[in-house]
Design a protein around this ligand. Sequence first.
Ligand code: FEO
Length: 390
Amino acid sequence: MSIKKMSDGVWSLRSIDWDRRIFDELISLPYGTTYNAYLVKGNDKCALIDSTDPTKTYELINDLKRLKVKVDYVISNHAEQDHSGSIGDVLNLYPDAMVVTNSKCKDFLIDLLHIDSTKFLVVKEGDRLELGSKTLQFKITPWVHWPETMITFLEEEKILFTCDFLGSHIATSELYVADMPLVYLAAKRYYSEVMMPFRNNIKKNIEIVKDIDPKIIAPSHGPVYQDPKFIISAYEEWISDRVKNLVLIPYVSMHGSTKVLVDRLTQSLVDLDIEVMQFNLAKTDVGEIATHMVDAATIVLATPTVLLGPHPAAVYATYLVAALKPKTKYFGLIGSFGWGSKVVDTVSNMLSPLKPHIINPVLIKGMPKEEDLKLIDNLAIQIRELHKNL
Ligand code: FEO
């Protein structure tokens, strides 16, 4: 655990998880992560903001003991266990402490952690908690990324504690952003995997953050932002309706036929001055694809046919696209089949919640011939025409 003083009476208590490589058994963490709690000590009362992952409880408890403080309030901005999972142990250490949160989060904490219902102080939008010379204000910001999420503002120091919102998965001993390009990339990846399905909710919540006008944004994953504009303007770009002149080609190829189509499409798009990225689904971390889905105008899925349907790796990728709801405007489908294919129906049905604009699919029997490759060239031209309207 890393204790760092942020200002008089304010400390970060961060568990640095250098080893963690997967979250929710789904999201890969190439840079590890941190779980950040914060301690705010006023003249009268002391509040702990969020806690830590259950695997790191002992670190948080040790640090609270090292600081020799008595915690009166545990603020819970979000009920997911990587931030709430140590609250029970904190309450055991400070039996008089109360958990301060909104009513939805209270219900989650009772369900997930079995915290006694009498241990809560329920707050609403705009409520304040006086600590003596320090004041915490609570703003309800649902769906970043659960329905109960809220943020907490320390008025005197103008520090905004945002929990998951605006965070990034990076294990670093630096409290503040030091490597901006790395943090930008990690925050974009985090947005794509965790926040992107809630883009419309984030549009409202980012306005709440801007209205607060914090001097510091302190999330509960990754480094703290001393320049809030850095992460706010990044989010404004990601949640905007703007997309880039970029085509992503996630593909699988079993015997090389589909790869011939993928390479021809890549060449044709490059020749037409369209940026293109290939992702071999047999090897690629899907988080990389998700990161680029944040602003790609077009995704062309390339898959062979397995038992009439798409390759299972392509099914997985399609499922994630539908679940993550990128602002991608156009979808394409190419591939090779042996004796029959229901690939178009299967993929179209899976993407139907997105109401996708699907460009004419190009499915080829067997190894592509020159006339088949002309269809791929034509697909590239169609994409260029569509991208002229971006
Ligand atoms: Fe970092 Fe939604 O938990």
